[in-house]
Design a protein around this ligand. Structure first.
Ligand SMILES: [Zn+2]
Ligand SMILES: [Zn+2]
Length: 459
């Protein structure tokens, strides 16, 4: 059935490409200028750099995927990715494909999208989790079964991502420990808002009862209950879920993934990783350490976010790092490539600073006080260009004005990249990305452009 797979896994299914550049780890973010500290007398560490990744991409090895391993790798590189995880549903057969494997310019990671009552990205996978929780044990045992998988993933050098956690078909209804990342940005934000399937407090309650969890005495996750009450689509709720976990003291990376099955390129959105090299072990270590930020595509905007906690003028802490609490910390923000956009500094879910970006390269500092357990991160938005000739067509196709028809929107503005012959594949022009990433509850004038993982204060 090669006809209707856009939403196949409950995850959206898209991805485009940009104008060719990308990759290469230029730009991207904080700490990009060097390691934080080198103990005296020790040889300098390899400098930090940023690489682009998509941890959630399907191939023909998924029942609802379309393109071969070789084609998917070609698309990933064309899109500007340095790292791609081929995360097929409940299988590792893609890893025995003759074309599987890294190249000089693309790190290819084995992965599985564990597709059960909830969906999880197992990156660096070396085993398959139990196919279906209901077959693995009674509902009372499900949290322990999932926990066992997470622990085993870590023991075997992998990372565990809660995928589209608020999708009402696969909500993460109970709590587990040590999840490394939450996929807070799945596909295009606008698609999530107008065509997604968000949860509600009632749907979570219904899921708990109908699956037998309530009768088994399992409590619903307070984080998902809170998220399900949030306005917007699945990404807004995933963001709320993640922030609720951060608020209770967990350290969890933000990840953005295309969840591509067909039509679009991988890397929309993409996850940037602060690394010293792009080996699989280093990539997974960066993911687990929260050294991540998300941009709408591999082509920016470029975001830097650092902290000086000891007042010496050196911004020694970057995304994923921890600074001392209780004193004034100076944050430094730089955003390139989002002229006329907005940047917000968010501390524990509250915006503590918002600024219009007067040019395409803005740097500023801000003193803040961080209490124990605080976390602070950035949101970046780009303005929607309402003068685009096809903007009204796209708005209509995306359902801002009428019935959603995502593929019609791609056809309206997308160009056909020369990556795969005879494939229906669309590349999203950069200037349309804000429109495709409008966060509807926040208004139609700005699209989401970047979200960072936090800098943390000591607890
Ligand atoms: Zn999924
Ligand atoms: Zn998926």
């Amino acid at each position: 059935m090669r006809s209707a797979a856009l939403w196949a896994c409950g995850c959206v299914v898209l991805a485009l490409a940009g104008s060719g550049c990308g990759g290469g780890g230029s730009g991207g973010g904080t700490g990009g200028t060097g390691p934080s500290a080198t103990p005296g007398g020790v040889a300098p560490a390899t400098p930090w750099r940023w690489v682009t990744a998509d941890f959630h991409v399907h191939t023909e090895h998924s029942g609802d995927g379309y393109d071969s391993v070789a084609q998917t790798k070609d698309m990933a590189r064309y899109a500007g990715l340095d790292v791609v995880a081929l995360s097929d549903h409940d299988t590792l057969t893609q890893t025995t494909d003759p074309d599987f494997g890294s190249t000089a310019t693309l790190t290819v990671l084995p992965a599985v999208e564990w597709t059960t009552r909830m969906h999880a990205g197992v990156v660096g996978a070396s085993f398959l989790p139990p196919d279906e929780l209901a077959q693995a044990g009674p509902p009372a045992d499900w949290p322990a079964i999932v926990q066992d998988v997470i622990d085993r993933v870590h023991a075997t050098g992998g990372a565990f991502i809660a995928n589209h956690p608020a999708d009402n078909r696969f909500p993460w209804v109970f709590d587990v420990r040590d999840v490394d990342a939450v996929e807070i940005w799945n596909s295009f934000w606008t698609v999530s808002d107008v065509g997604g399937k968000p949860s509600s407090p009632a749907s979570i309650d219904d899921r708990m009862r109908s699956s037998g969890l309530t009768a088994a005495g399992i409590a619903p996750s307070a984080a998902i209950v809170a998220a399900a009450a949030a306005a917007g689509g699945g990404n807004d709720q995933a963001l709320a879920y993640w922030e609720a976990l951060l608020d209770r003291g967990e350290r969890i990376a933000a990840v953005g993934s295309s969840d591509r099955h067909r039509w679009i390129l991988p890397g929309y959105p993409c996850t940037w990783l602060r690394v010293r090299d792009n080996t699989p072990a280093e990539v997974i270590a960066a993911l687990r350490a929260g050294r991540t930020l998300i941009t709408a595509s591999p082509h920016g905007p470029w975001v830097e976010f650092e902290a000086d906690a000891d007042g010496d003028g050196v911004f020694e802490a970057g995304i994923g790092d921890t600074v001392a609490a209780g004193s004034s910390v100076t944050l430094r923000v730089r955003v390139r490539g989002a002229a006329r956009g907005l940047v917000r500094i968010v501390r524990r879910r509250a915006t503590v600073h918002e600024r219009r970006l007067s040019s395409g390269d803005v740097t500023f500092t801000l003193p803040v006080t961080l209490r124990p357990g605080d976390w602070v991160r950035l949101d970046v938005f780009e303005p929607v260009d309402g003068s685009l000739p096809a903007a009204a067509v796209v708005q209509s196709a995306l359902g801002l004005l009428a019935t959603p028809d995502i593929v019609a929107a791609f056809r309206a503005v997308g160009s056909v990249p020369p990556v795969i012959a005879n494939a229906e594949l669309y590349e999203m022009p950069r200037r349309y990305l804000p429109l495709f990433n409008v966060d509807v509850p926040g208004g139609l004038n700005f699209g989401r452009a970047a979200i960072t993982s936090p800098i943390y204060a000591e607890r």
